[in-house]
Ligand binder design. Structure first.
Ligand SMILES: [Zn+2]
Length: 548
């Protein structure tokens, strides 16, 4: 693999790390002081800032041309009257690790996950003020609430059945094995989180304990892979308030350090990370992570940065169109647009201001690039075909990844199951089921990005009992679960290889592990849009009147 950035300095961390290596364990306040002194712009030392998985970094350069579209005036929300004071010492409480509670990594934590989310005042999480209408403790209760997209309502509350130890793991074909895989992936991520709270796409190996885990990604994707890693924890129900410890690491600390790092990377415009290169992948995924963190906890700590992140997303959208790598660059692409729609929808469900113009423009774009004859969806135009990066994966076969992204957007935006593009897309996807064979790059390559979006789209469209979903799910589980690294693999335990993946060179092992964990959280991360209980207004949704 080309090491485009290997000449870049491995700076940083020296001074900071020393502060954390005292034997007493991690002191969040000390870290915070150090980090605040040291921080904000170490990201700037990265010369080229591109984004997350550059996942679909393109070779295709769409023509510019035609009359410039009329400008859209985005209504900016009122700025907060007074700046929210980050009293980290109070809100990011220092919770010292209790080494007596270290879980032996050789003992698999049982499916009965010991979630014990608590509020700042130590109430049980589901009793938290302002949040009780968002959470329903039992994923088995019948008082389903469904919102327009599937992120709302559903068994277990607005954000699915992700909370609590009683996740309905078997919904849609999950099992103790898929959940073990999720927990083991989160454990690998927790062990490889940097002392500053980030996941370092190319420098995570500094955290390796015994041996080095291969799989560097590009350093300009740190924001994106950190956002994905946080989403993997949030998707399993872990928030900054969680107390669960695995391998001696408190998952709540992992989440709060990651969120703190992300918030520290937000610039005056609201953008997460530097506005250089193809930065909108990074920003969209960062904004999605923060919106979910806010939506799940309603912590005021996250409200303002979440809203500012969404406002920047709106600002970056092309007038009456979609998103691409920069702010209103004129051209659009389906991949970045997918992440942007996910962020806008999570923000809307969290009660943030999420303009309808975002959804309308995205839907218009998706329709424009859908080939109505068989419902395949293009990248930067209709019929773009295989997307690849020259000299990296140009010989790898393609998948209908963007068709899956577009299905997800349609479901999230229109909530119209009769849309023929949904069944058409589902049929395309099930013709290309996941297969793990690293030798088949030119025929049927491993493609975590495709598997993630296709799982989301099919599960939403078809429901846990649907025929398309069942066939897909069996193949997906059989591809991912047996190929996760096991205890015998030492430090790699819980992760997935990135060099076998179609886009692994972009985000590396951190990306591979985070996105595969998200795929295996499918059974409870979101409720289904179309199946299951009676559709009702979500009592906690503050901004849902435009939906269906
Ligand atoms: Zn390692």
């Amino acid at each position: 693999m080309a090491k485009r950035y290997q000449e870049m300095p491995e700076e940083e961390n020296g001074a900071q790390e020393q502060q954390y290596e005292d034997e007493g364990g991690f002191d969040f306040n000390i870290w915070m002081q150090g980090a605040m002194k040291h921080t904000p712009w170490w990201g700037m030392s990265f010369a080229a800032h591109v984004l997350l998985a550059l996942i679909l970094a393109a070779i295709y350069v769409p023509e510019q041309g035609g009359a410039a579209p009329p400008p859209v005036v985005y209504k900016q929300p009122e700025p907060p009257k007074e700046k929210i004071d980050f009293k980290e010492e109070e809100i990011f409480k220092d919770e010292k690790l209790d080494t007596e509670e270290i879980i032996d990594p050789t003992i698999r934590p049982d499916v009965e996950i010991s979630d014990h989310e608590e509020t700042d005042n130590d109430e049980e999480f589901e009793m938290a003020k302002g949040a009780e209408d968002m959470l329903s403790n039992s994923p088995l209760n019948n008082n389903y609430f469904y919102d327009s997209i599937g992120i709302g309502g559903g068994s277990g509350g607005k954000f699915g059945g992700r909370f609590g130890g009683n996740k309905n793991l078997t919904r849609g074909g999950g099992s103790s094995k898929t959940q073990d895989a999720v927990i083991n992936a989160l454990r690998w991520l927790a062990r490889h989180q940097g002392p500053d709270g980030s996941w370092d796409a190319d420098g995570f190996t500094k955290m390796c304990k015994d041996g080095t885990c291969p799989g560097n990604g590009y350093p300009e994707n740190d924001i994106g892979v950190t956002g994905l890693s946080l989403l993997a924890f949030l998707g399993c129900g872990f928030t900054h308030l969680s107390k669960d410890k695995y391998d001696g690491i408190c998952f709540g600390d992992v989440v709060k350090k990651g969120l703190k790092w992300l918030i520290d990377r937000q610039d005056k415009d609201g953008c997460f990370g530097p506005q250089a290169g193809k930065f909108m992948y990074n920003h969209s995924i960062g904004a999605l992570a923060l919106a979910e963190a806010y939506g799940m906890t309603e912590s005021q700590l996250f409200k303002e940065p979440s809203q500012r992140g969404i406002d920047f997303l709106s600002k970056a959208q092309n007038s009456y169109k979609a998103w691409r790598y920069q702010v209103q660059p004129g051209d659009n692409d389906t991949s970045v647009t997918g992440w942007a729609v996910m962020a806008l929808k999570s923000a809307k469900m969290a009660g943030l201001v999420s303009p309808q113009t975002g959804f309308d423009g995205a839907l218009g774009w998706i329709k424009e690039v859908t080939d109505e004859s068989y419902y395949s969806v293009g990248y930067t135009a209709k019929g773009t075909g295989k997307v690849y990066v020259k000299d990296m994966n140009e010989n790898w076969a393609g998948h209908e990844a963007l068709t899956a992204v577009a299905m997800m957007c349609r479901i999230f935006i229109t909530y119209d199951k009769s849309d023929p593009a949904l069944e058409g897309g589902a049929k395309l996807i099930v013709k290309d089921l996941p297969v793990w064979d690293a030798s088949k790059q030119t025929e049927k390559p491993i493609d975590y990005y495709y598997w993630y979006y296709a799982s989301l789209a099919l599960f939403q469209y078809d429901g846990p009992e649907g025929k398309y979903w069942k066939g897909w799910n069996d193949a997906m589980k059989n591809a991912l679960v047996p190929n996760q690294k096991q205890k015998a693999d030492g430090c790699q335990f819980g992760s997935w290889d990135s060099d076998v993946d179609r886009w692994g060179f972009e985000g590396g092992r951190v990306y591979a592990t985070a996105i595969n964990a998200l795929t295996l959280e499918i059974y409870y991360r979101y409720p289904n849009a179309f199946t299951g209980g009676e559709k009702k207004k979500v009592p906690g949704a503050k901004d849902d009147k435009k939906d269906h």
